[in-house]
Ligand binder design. Structure first.
Ligand code: G4P
Length: 526
């Protein structure tokens, strides 16, 4: 098969949601359709259970599980589908942001009863920033929930996207009869959980057809006709081009748990979702169909086995064909590396592969060569853009608690930061190190891992920062004046970029007003 054919076959996407909306359940049902698993319950949840917030052993265990479910590949109707899992837990949001740099599209799962929740808002805003095509799946229609129109309104206002309903529910909760598929022009009647495999669907080309009244009763039929008419008036018609540009999001309704509406979603997905897209590097736009291989690391996962400090770097292939045991350039280190046992993630188990194509995710065993955002190529010095760091929410000084183990501590911190567990800032004034995290949970994880993997001990002290702001300056004199005034709060990030650790919202606002030639960014790429 030619490279072009391989590219055209591939669909790499992520499922995002607020915890408990049904991401794991939907993933599992998609895998069932793809034959990647044989029975429900085979996919272990990658979510960190709410109850486990102080039990980091449990978290580590779950992190272990999540290596296996980080990428799940399967074949469906000749398409090679790669699902990238994303942790829903907010303390791991940074992980999810980064994984989103490796997807070509996303499916957003929304709980019909809860509507748009906080985590969904954040994740979708990252997708919108990159114009990632979004499909919305409204889940749990077997439960009482919000009115369909109210929900669409909420999605449009809170998520800032324009929707185009592709299906429409007939009743809800106790009165849930099924879904009208505008997209396929048929009606799926809901059979309930016990008969989830026998899904009755019949074609309906014209909603005026009296057969509709026979099937679902006059009341339901009339309501459906009215509502669909309204949808057609109010919402734009689906256009693939607009979806691919991130301008319009098709919406589907269903119930993942009951396997209802999932096949329709999957069929629509493979019909509309983009194949691997070109990716912007600092130097130029890199297209998948180029002959030469390039890829980038978007995630690093440490193995839990404390005796082997091995890690897996997850790389997305952007262009060309990746081949095993071939010399490739590690651009940041400027050295050539060969990978003897890269793995793929087909059929929910890892296996060593000889080659991989654009859109594929490979796992590279790593002993510390890689850092998130690293680029690998056939020789060209490319730097893929678009893996920004976001401002952490929590900041603490990290101190060495065992003076004899300073080296181990430094190495541990360095490697954990490469993995993206948290962010390190070094104060300009005195070189003290500050760890910034998205959730308080990471501090425990870091302490635990430093001790068990690096034989080092640390302690923390509060550092009163509100946000980390990457500084862009148009005026050296202003920057100098600002640096003098705020020297206690100036730091460098891991890459030596200047950061203002604003002590309060007020202080940030004052800085913005007074120093009009400086811009304070809440993310590292601007
Ligand atoms: P997440 O990955 O987004 O966090 O959600 P997950 O799939 O784990 O689903 C969260 C809960 O919602 C699960 O119940 C799951 O069974 C349920 N669920 C998912 N889809 C549907 C649906 O279509 N209808 C209904 N009624 N429930 C649904 P749980 O009790 O928290 O977990 P479990 O014990 O069932 O695993």
């Amino acid at each position: 098969m030619s490279n072009i054919q391989e590219i055209q076959k591939r669909r790499t996407f992520g499922i995002v949601s607020h915890p408990d909306a049904g991401k794991t359940t939907l993933t599992e049902k998609l895998l069932l359709f793809g034959g990647a698993i044989q029975e429900a319950g085979a996919v272990k949840s990658n979510k960190i259970k709410k109850t486990a917030t102080s039990d980091f052993m449990e978290i580590e265990k779950q992190r272990g599980i999540s290596v296996a479910t980080s990428v799940m590949g399967f074949t469906y109707k000749d398409k090679q589908i790669n699902i990238l899992d994303t942790p829903g837990h907010k303390d791991f949001a940074e992980d999810t942001f980064r994984t989103l740099t490796a997807v070509d599209s996303v499916i957003v799962v929304i709980d019909v009863a809860k509507g748009v929740e906080e985590q969904t808002e954040k994740l979708v805003s990252v997708c919108r920033m990159r114009k990632t095509p979004i499909i919305v799946f409204i889940n749990k229609l077997d439960r009482e929930g919000l009115d369909g129109f109210d929900l669409l309104d909420e999605i449009e206002t809170k998520l800032g996207i324009t929707v185009s309903p592709m299906s429409w529910p007939i009743g809800m909760g106790q009165r849930f009869l099924g879904v009208y598929n505008k997209w396929e022009k048929n009606i799926n009647l809901y059979q309930g959980q016990n008969k989830q495999k026998i899904e009755e669907s019949y074609e309906i080309n014209d909603l005026e057809d009296p057969e509709l009244d026979n099937r679902i009763g006059e009341d339901y039929a009339d309501t459906l006709r009215e509502e669909v008419e309204l949808i057609n008036e109010v919402y734009p018609k689906f256009e693939r081009e607009a979806y691919l540009n991130g301008e319009i999001s098709p919406v589907f309704f269903g119930s993942a748990l009951n396997n209802f509406g999932v096949r329709e979603l999957l069929d629509a997905f493979i019909g509309m979702a983009p194949e691997p897209l070109p990716k912007e590097a600092e130097e130029r736009l890199v297209k998948p169909e180029e002959n030469k291989f390039s890829g980038f690391v978007f995630k690093i996962h440490a193995n839990i086995d404390p005796n082997h400090r091995s890690r897996i770097a997850f790389a997305k292939i952007v262009s060309g064909t990746f081949k095993r045991n071939t010399n490739y350039l590690h651009v940041r280190q400027g050295k050539n590396l060969k990978f003897s046992s890269p793995t793929s993630f087909m059929a929910s188990k890892k296996s060593v592969i000889d080659e991989a194509f654009p859109g594929d995710i490979i796992g590279i065993p790593d002993t510390g060569n890689f850092r998130i955002g690293d680029t690998i190529t056939e020789g060209e010095k490319l730097h893929f853009a678009g893996i920004p760091s976001f401002s952490p929410e929590h900041f603490r000084f990290i101190n060495n608690a065992d003076p004899l183990k300073a080296k181990q501590l430094a190495k541990g911190i360095d490697q954990l930061m490469d993995e993206g567990v948290a962010q390190l800032f070094t104060l300009k004034q005195n070189g003290r190190k500050i760890i910034g995290t998205v959730g308080a949970l990471q501090y425990e994880v870091i302490q635990y891992r430093l001790e068990h993997e690096y034989n080092a001990k640390c302690s923390y002290e509060p550092f009163p920062a509100f946000k980390a702001c990457w500084i862009e300056s148009n005026d050296d004199a202003q920057l100098e004046e600002f640096s003098k005034l705020k020297q206690r709060y100036l730091a460098e990030d891991k890459f030596g970029r200047l950061v203002f650790l604003a002590d309060s919202a007020f202080s940030l606002q004052m800085a913005e007003e007074k120093f009009d030639q400086l811009t304070f960014h809440l993310k590292s790429e601007f």
